[in-house]
Design a protein around this ligand. Structure first.
Ligand SMILES: Cc1cc2nc3c(=O)[nH]c(=O)nc-3n(C[C@H](O)[C@H](O)[C@H](O)COP(=O)(O)O)c2cc1C
Length: 252
């Protein structure tokens, strides 16, 4: 997919929760399966699997039905949740750019008979299909998000950080913070409060993985080469409640 299309999709995508329940045609599903094979990980050494599943194997709980579900499974290893965020956001943008709806969903679960088919841990679902609600936002003001100054102290990289600012996150919590400088951006998340954290602890690292993918697409759109680094020794001088995820190096 063209980089430019992906970049533009960042600024119009939205979560789709109402779907046309008719299954997508076979060719579209093949194209989706092919795209899954092209996903770029944040951490190359973590094993993951992405399955396309029908609604019959999903325990939807409060969520509406969708014709298809993408399920993420992962090896449990340092950085695995951010890695899933980074990978699966590539699918979210792909769906939206292709005219399909999707939505990250932490609430539904998979039935036992499916869980038993993988040695990896089930992480999260993303329903997808034809949208039965407006697919795209038409103006940036329709993103309910924090201001850039609340999520970064970096100057000189606003255009790139803007793409991370509008990224989706669980309960729209936007737990991310970016520090460093315009050539080396360190990404962190703020730990949820203790009570909230009981229910949502796994989401902030996923959210930051998502925002890091948006950062990468934007940096490349503005002509930079990017490299993801993971160096726990880098940024010590940041507030205690922030947890380091990874850094994005930008070069010409
Ligand atoms: C990790 C994660 C989990 C989410 N879980 C749910 C969910 O269970 N149900 C739901 O309706 N939306 C869920 N969302 C969607 C968010 O509510 C949504 O991304 C956020 O409100 C921002 O809105 P937008 O995606 O339309 O920009 C989830 C998003 C993320 C990133």
């Amino acid at each position: 997919m063209e980089e430019d299309k992906l970049y533009k999709t960042i600024f119009k995508r939205r979560s789709i929760r109402n779907f046309d329940l008719a299954p997508l045609d076979k060719n579209t599903l093949i194209e989706i399966a092919e795209h899954i094979k092209t996903l770029i990980p944040l951490h190359k050494d973590i094993k993951t699997e992405f399955w396309i599943l029908p609604p019959e194997v999903v325990k939807r709980r409060t969520m509406k039905k969708a014709p298809h579900y993408l399920a993420a499974f992962s090896q449990v290893k340092e950085g695995y949740l951010s890695n899933v965020g980074f990978l699966m956001q590539q699918m979210d943008l792909f769906f939206s750019a292709q005219g399909l709806g999707s939505c990250w969903q932490g609430i539904p679960r998979l039935k036992k008979e499916v869980l038993e088919n993988s040695d990896l841990e089930f992480i999260i679902l993303m329903p997808f299909g034809k949208a039965q609600e407006p697919l795209h936002r038409t103006d940036i003001s329709q993103f309910k998000r924090k201001q850039l100054t609340e999520i970064t102290d970096i100057s000189g990289a606003n255009e790139i950080l803007e793409a991370a600012r509008v990224a989706p996150s669980a309960t729209n919590a936007q737990p991310w913070f970016f520090t460093g400088d315009k050539n080396l951006i360190h990404a962190y998340y703020k730990e949820p409060g203790r009570v909230k954290g009981l229910f949502t602890k796994k989401y902030p690292p996923i959210d930051v993985g998502i925002s890091l993918y948006h950062l990468k697409v934007a940096a490349e759109h503005f002509g930079k080469k990017t490299e993801v680094l993971f160096d726990k020794n880098i940024p010590k001088d940041i507030k205690e409640e922030y947890t380091y995820v990874a850094s994005l190096k930008l070069s010409n």
